[in-house]
Design a protein around this ligand. Structure first.
Ligand code: ADP
Ligand code: MG
Length: 265
């Protein structure tokens, strides 16, 4: 059984470019800003979350690869970021090979869960796992380790189709490796109010998924897309921009839902 002393949230969508990493970085920063101790685990070989938080490649001696192969602990791999209260286990290209390396191991899906069950993970009240854009062994490790899945969904025509695939995968994970896996919520990203189709997608997603969809809409915002090239979360790069404000609002929704969940438990 996974402990409930912290909240482990996997940020997943099998599509690339939908805002997973941007959501991981900015939600984590917003949670850290209100005093939560937050850890991001970068599970994407691309390492965009690590780069976006200003962790240079030459400083990534140990990474999530070493967690999955079981040679190192969270405490040994974790790095500070420029954001107070925000820490990261970075990713390196080694992750590309990890699937081959552990594929034959009976516990291959539970490597991350085991690492996050250790006492050093309890130093963080929120752990956000940034997933690669596919349903591979890395994403399975993330889903097996998490309390819940947070799904960024880009406001575009094929959004719902991809979402039903994802929800099926979550069901499958529940039946096989993590019966208590919850849907944390669905966040609509890169919303463009001038685009009629985007509004239609918002309506459709809300009709199908109701309260699971956050009220906060993340707007398409150029400042948000510029921030990673400065190695900063948008919230540090330009706090006042609409994108940063939306991520702050999302964080308060996440916190509010956590309070309600705990009160109901
Ligand atoms: P994923 O991790 O799902 O592949 P990213 O978070 O990396 O997606 O986002 C894909 C691209 O879109 C990146 O270049 C990112 O900077 C940009 N992007 C993400 N969210 C926004 C936004 N709200 N407004 C503008 N650009 C965004
Ligand atoms: Mg990404």
């Amino acid at each position: 059984m996974i402990g409930e002393r912290n909240r482990i949230i996997t940020i997943a969508n099998q599509k690339g470019g939908v805002g997973k990493t941007t959501t991981a970085i900015n939600l984590a920063t917003a949670l850290a800003a209100i005093g939560e101790r937050v850890l991001i685990v970068d599970l994407d070989p691309q390492g965009n979350a690590s780069t976006g938080l200003g962790i240079e490649r030459r400083n990534r001696k140990l990474s999530s690869y070493d967690i999955l192969t079981g040679t190192h602990t969270i405490l040994e791999t974790v790095l500070e970021t420029a954001v107070p209260n925000l820490f990261i286990v970075p990713s390196t290209m080694d992750l590309l090979g990890v699937e081959m390396e552990i594929a034959q191991q009976p516990d291959r899906v539970f490597r991350l869960r085991r690492a996050l069950s250790g006492s050093d993970a309890l130093a963080f009240s929120y752990i956000l796992v940034d997933c690669p854009p596919s349903f591979n062994l890395l994403t399975m490790n993330a889903m097996a380790a998490a309390h819940s899945v947070l799904v960024p969904l880009q406001c575009e025509f094929f959004a719902l189709e991809g979402l039903s695939q994802l929800l099926e995968t979550v069901d499958q994970v529940r039946r096989t490796v993590n019966s208590s896996l919850d849907i944390q919520g669905i966040v609509l990203t890169m919303f463009d109010s001038r685009n009629n189709l985007a509004q239609q997608v918002v309506n459709d997603v809300r009709t199908h998924l109701g309260e699971k969809v956050y009220h906060t809409l993340i707007p398409r915002n150029v400042r948000v897309s510029e921030a990673p090239s400065y190695g900063k979360p948008a919230i540090l790069y330009d706090l006042k921009c609409a994108g940063s404000q939306a991520y702050l609002q999302l964080a308060s929704e996440v916190i509010q839902r956590e309070r309600q969940r705990k009160a109901a438990a």
